[in-house]
Design a protein around this ligand. Sequence first.
Ligand code: ADP
Ligand code: MG
Length: 476
Amino acid sequence: MAQRTLHEVMTNASLIKELADVARDEALLQGVLMRIQETPNSSELVTYAPFTLFPSPVPKAVFLQALAVQTHYNTLVDKISQDTDFLCSALASTVEVDDFTARLFGIHKQILKEGKSQSVVLGLNRSDYMLDQSEDKTSSLKQIEINTFAASFGGLSSRTPDVHRHILKVAGRLEESQRILDNNPAAGLARAIAKAWELYGSERAVVMFLVEEVQRNIFDQRYIESELWKRNISTVRKRFDDVFKTGSLDQNKRLFVDGKEVAVVYFRNGYMPQNYTSEQCWDARLMMERSQAVKCPDISTHLAGTKKVQQVLARPGVLENFFPGQPQVVEQIRATFAGLYTLDMGPEGDKTVAMALAAPDQFVLKPQREGGGNNIYGSEICRVLEGVKDNTERTAYILMDKINPTPVQNYLLRRDGPLTISNCLSELGVFGAYVRQGEDMVMNECVGHLLRTKSSEHSDGGVAAGVAVLDNPLLI
Ligand code: ADP
Ligand code: MG
């Protein structure tokens, strides 16, 4: 087929229609799957996970920068999780007003009082970035957040490269097709889980995926389960309710659920208040935390991933305290920070309020929530801040500079969605995996990446929220 320019491809309506049909089939063939909304707990009818028709351009230098800083982020999260005084002071104002964070913090305090019963720590995280476009058209890597809890799409993103390679070939773009990077986060995440399982030291014990009530994104998790089964490590999927009903600790605090000893609890649920549908869910969470099972994440690592901690890390001198004598590491991490501002009571917080009210379009107001769709933008920032600015309620939020990436045109493919060209913004995620036993870091790696793309009409929301779709970087 003659080479067409990508622009010619993008604007050729009949070709786009043909490519979209090919793309959907290829996604199904490659296993880029999701259960359908109507029957989210059955795999009888499935569809493709939403994805872009074409990969999106990402400058090579910033991509490599994001990969290079990941092991330092792993170390940072791990250090924060071990620094009781830091967590306590960083979250002090937040736990006063935010019930969910306070509840998590309560578990943290109880575990500190009782003493940890497991010295093995397993961290699987994903640091997310957007590329801020400056006036001179250069783009710089800015962290949106780091997810230390249930960071998803490490499975499906292992399968999307072949889909984009295929589409580009059919579109007559062989050269770009060959530039799509291999990616296999699922393998790396599973390797870390397997290491933690091995250190737990019982052949019989299983890896328990603590899963949601509604499991549309099960295939993403199945990739990791498969990798574990390949190593002859058994996995089970349990909900909070199952753990509450059939779980117990023996006198050595070994965790048993439904008769099986659990070596590793891998939380894929439990990061939102709504996940705790009853007091029994909280009881189950506490039981797992108290147990000898390796928790991914444990409660202190969960707290290390809060947005308030992210804001405190950006204060002068804080990174230096975590990396004494390592100015290059500090510099590498700090280079990825966007402006982050406290809303604590006092003159500094007052200044943040005034700054946000004066130019709300330049900021994002963030509560201590995860999962997409919680942040506040534009005029809504003024409405919310006017209501809370004079009392401690405001300390439930942090303020962040709004990152402005360059929009790129693409087609977003989702079930029953229209095939129209959109102005899109992308978010690059980098997966990190680490395992520590006592003082020894036995694994600390960057294990892959994820590109998610959404229409620029939406300021917030991930893939699960139905806004963003899976993508691949095309390095430029
Ligand atoms: P969540 O925990 O809900 O995923 P995030 O901080 O990742 O919270 O924000 C959700 C989404 O909002 C991001 O995926 C991104 O699209 C958008 N967003 C968050 N922070 C910023 C920012 N500083 N600038 C621009 N967009 C942002
Ligand atoms: Mg996010």
